[in-house]
Design a protein around this ligand. Structure first.
Ligand SMILES: Cc1cc2nc3c(=O)[nH]c(=O)nc-3n(C[C@H](O)[C@H](O)[C@H](O)COP(=O)(O)OP(=O)(O)OC[C@H]3O[C@@H](n4cnc5c(N)ncnc54)[C@H](O)[C@@H]3O)c2cc1C
Length: 664
């Protein structure tokens, strides 16, 4: 499709949001915005091209009948949900020409949301983990075959790591891969009940291959967990002899995905099926270790960054729903109308409602935007690692991706629930989309690294830095430079209108630094009387707190920096207030850390609180337009409460009428 970004086209797209027949409340909100929506959308999506592509992909999906839903997915049972998602998934991958498949951060996730919705499906793991595993872990000379087979769907794979008895503790996985030099095969085996693989997506019914993590034994010695390419099902899709496989049953969400279990009984695979890019087993059983222990982390970093971006967009969508609904919903309970005689107010006018909505909206912006630049860093690092060239950036990026993953998935899940509650009873209906959003998002707190375990990894990085700083010989990467700055005794924060970005950053850095060193000192004191691991465990709550603050400081700094790049003054003003609201809300929530030792005075804390109330009032007139700046179509949103036109009540009735209970 030809692109046209002339001013008239831009205006047309802006006007499209306001149409005849819309709920008058939502139209009034849009007309009252203090900024030009198109300019703001360009800022949010970084350029007009991305906006244009969103529109083109939407039009493509809407014009293809195979993406239609004859029955609303909410009214399907699990079998039907799996059938629907599989049908759509195949249609989606048959039409991949519609998107730039290398744009994992924007086009690919948008396309999936539009075609299938918020569901992991039978190919999620194939594309999300199996293909990247082949790319990262297969020797260059051998990659073409498996990659082409996987890319063309001649084989469908999953990633099988977690077992019934072990998830986070990789070193204790029990599945074994024992090399038999006489036949030049590995024998994959499940020696105990707890060694059964449990959870891999797409395993229950769909995948015929898996990348299996198993303890390698060769020449009678254990070499730790390694990855193996294992065929599970034959050409007729029946499990091969020695393989027992099935679905693990319904879960809190993602029920269109057949997460499965897998048990091996002395199942043999050829030697070449070990992923041998980094470590190797020679034909005679000789083991060759990887040149660097952290090789292979690049794929994990990229997958986490993708996940963070996806999750943040979920929070953005939830905020869009709750804000639009709050603009059309009216209420006045007991205390009566705010202005006598003017009727019930839009619930968006209640300060308590603004307090529920706007900090969540603010939260949805910084992480989604930073992910794009982190994507390029991650690609750079992966390239360096793959060329065995430069490992220096890896600990920083690994710690950052682990920390962002833990903080953001938690905030997204909590935020969605808060936004659901803000919509009263209708938020509880699946028509709102909140229940499905929450179920989808909260899974992210566990998979790809359980959140607490992730925070403790960040803490390990921070403790290493603290030790280096104390020893006077720090080698600090960009993200950790502030840890070596001199201590600050008092906070600089003041009224939201007068305090500068530098003041805010100064205070966040100072508080985080203090927290890191206080934890480091406690840890080293405990280590004098305890074993290292015991001391670590005793300190672990503080370690997690320090890790969280480190990530939040990073997010605040980046949000403020990103706002400075906004070229449109009106958009920049609103975004700047939103960024300050984000920072002030974090200070208010973490008041204990900020007030410790009198760093933040009571007067300053009161200014922070008052600032939040004033910023809520300042942002209120722009809230619907800010929600619109996410440029999310109704098809992508899939929510009766968040529809563009605001006509919620007739749509709710229409939705309910599709219930099978109403068919006879
Ligand atoms: C929706 C979903 C999809 C999934 N998909 C896949 C998949 O495709 N493939 C796959 O292999 N797996 C998959 N998993 C499994 C997932 O990766 C694991 O559940 C996850 O790694 C956590 O492991 P666990 O369940 O064994 O929990 P555990 O590790 O047993 O954790 C349980 C609790 O113990 C705590 N804990 C554990 N270790 C420590 C520690 N060292 N210090 C402090 N606290 C600790 C944790 O914080 C947590 O509170 C999926 C899980 C879900 C929910």
């Amino acid at each position: 499709m030809e692109r046209d970004s002339s001013p008239s086209d831009q205006f047309h797209r802006y006007k499209n949001l306001i149409q005849n027949g819309d709920n008058p409340d939502i139209t009034k909100e849009r007309q009252g915005a203090s900024f030009n929506l198109y300019n703001m959308q360009c800022f949010v999506y970084e350029n007009d091209h991305k906006l244009q592509r969103r529109q083109e992909i939407l039009e493509f999906v809407e014009s293809h009948r195979e993406f239609d839903d004859p029955v609303h997915p909410h009214f399907l049972n699990r079998d039907e949900q799996i059938d629907r998602a599989t049908r759509k998934c195949l249609a989606m991958v048959d039409n991949l020409d519609a998107i730039d498949v290398t744009d994992y951060f924007d086009e690919a996730p948008l396309y999936q949301l539009l075609t299938i919705g918020r569901e992991l499906h039978c190919l999620s793991l194939h594309y999300g983990m199996f293909l990247p595993t082949i790319q990262v872990h297969t020797e260059k000379s051998l990659i073409l075959g498996p990659f082409q087979m996987a890319a063309s769907k001649a084989i469908l794979g999953t990633f099988a790591q977690t077992e019934l008895g072990h998830g986070s503790n990789l070193s204790k996985l029990e599945t074994t891969a024992t090399y038999d030099a006489t036949t030049k095969e590995f024998v994959i085996h499940t020696p105990t009940m707890s060694a059964g693989k449990w959870w891999p997506g797409g395993l229950g019914k769909s995948a015929n291959y898996a990348a299996v993590m198993a303890q390698l034994y060769t020449s009678g010695e254990s070499k730790g967990p390694h990855l193996f390419m294992v065929q599970l099902r034959d050409n007729a899709h029946a499990p091969l002899p020695g393989v027992t496989v099935g679905d693990i049953g319904p879960k809190l969400g993602n029920n269109a995905n057949d997460n499965g279990f897998l048990i091996f009984d002395h199942y043999r695979i050829p030697r070449r099926n070990m992923f041998m890019k980094y470590s190797k087993v020679e034909a005679d059983g000789t083991y060759i270790p990887p040149p660097h222990a952290k090789l292979g982390f690049g794929a994990m970093v990229l997958v986490r960054l993708l996940m963070i971006r996806d999750q943040t967009c979920q929070l953005g969508a939830a905020a869009v729903i709750a804000i639009r609904y709050s603009a059309v919903r009216h209420s006045a309970v007991r205390q009566g109308e705010i202005n006598e005689g003017e009727g019930e107010v839009q619930i968006l006018d209640y300060r308590t409602q603004q307090y529920r909505l706007l900090p969540q909206l603010a939260r949805s912006f910084p992480s989604s935007q930073r992910m794009r630049s982190r994507n390029s860093t991650s690609k750079y690092v992966t390239k360096q690692i793959n060329n065995n060239a430069n490992m220096e950036l890896l600990p920083e990026l690994h710690a950052l991706s682990s920390g962002l993953k833990a903080v953001i998935t938690w905030e997204v899940a909590q935020g969605i629930e808060q936004l659901r509650l803000s919509c009263g009873g209708h938020g509880y209906s699946r028509a709102s989309a909140f229940p499905d959003m929450y179920a989808y998002a909260v899974g992210g707190c566990t998979y790809e690294g359980e959140n607490i375990v992730m925070l403790l990894q960040v803490a390990r990085f921070l403790m290493m830095i603290a030790k280096e700083v104390r020893s006077g010989n720090p080698k600090l990467a960009e993200i950790a430079e502030y840890i070596a700055k001199p201590d600050a005794v008092t906070a600089r924060i003041s009224s939201w209108k007068t305090c500068s970005d530098e003041d805010i950053i100064h205070d966040f850095e100072a508080v985080t630094r203090k927290l890191i060193f206080a934890t480091f000192d406690r840890l080293t004191t405990l280590e004098r009387t305890m074993k290292k691991k015991e001391a670590w465990n005793a300190c672990s709550i503080d370690l997690c707190k320090a890790a969280r603050m480190h990530v939040k400081t990073y997010l605040v700094k980046n949000f403020l920096a990103r706002v400075r790049t906004c070229e449109d003054p009106a958009s920049r003003t609103v975004m700047h207030t939103l960024a300050k609201l984000y920072a002030f809300d974090l200070i208010s929530g973490g008041g204990g850390h900020f007030m410790k030792g009198g760093f933040l005075s009571e007067k300053q804390f009161n200014e922070v609180q008052l600032g939040i109330y004033e910023m809520l009032a300042a942002i209120r007139p722009d809230s619907v337009a800010l929600a619109d700046s996410w440029a999310i179509s109704d098809l992508e949103l899939r929510s009766v409460l968040g529809r563009r036109d605001g006509n919620v009540y007739p749509a709710l009735l229409e939705w309910a009428q599709q219930s099978p209970l109403n068919q006879n």
